[in-house]
Design a protein around this ligand. Sequence first.
Ligand SMILES: [Zn+2]
Length: 189
Amino acid sequence: MDEEALTLPGIDEGEILVIRSSRRKRNISAYRQGGRIVVSIPARMSKADERAIVPEMIAKIRATEGAKTPTESALAQRIDELLSELAPEITARPVSVTWRAMRERWGSCTGLDQTIRISDRLKLAPDYALDYVLFHEAIHLEHFDHGSAFNELLSRFEGSELASAYLDGYEAAERALAEPVELKKLRTK
Ligand SMILES: [Zn+2]
């Protein structure tokens, strides 16, 4: 986001951030940033036009994302591949793998009923980051804590540093976006 955009008042509706930018004379753009959809509209656009345009832009973004999002059965298949390849001694397979709106965690596994949930914040994540979370949760099918046996298995995942960096960066971006606009304005000085 450029500094000019930050100095303009935005209307925050949870996941949606509408920015009125004087620099964008005619352009309307929408993009995903952290966990939010940011819609940038010209500063002079009428409220009535905004009410019509913004939902349209959000629908477009969501449709594109939907096409790029792995299905839940694809997640289950990927877990099967990761376990077969990296941890063949784990023979358990999840009964279900589901996308779930989770802000505090990247994934969770209930060993008792063998179900795995993956945060919907990973829907557009690069493969290595999604794989890392899938593999982590899959190990929990047989190892409930983060003890030495768990860590030995997880260490077989190559690229865990890159994946951790992606996840940490995403969380940092979310925290930054959660701050009030006025506060961010002060910090850039
Ligand atoms: Zn864990």
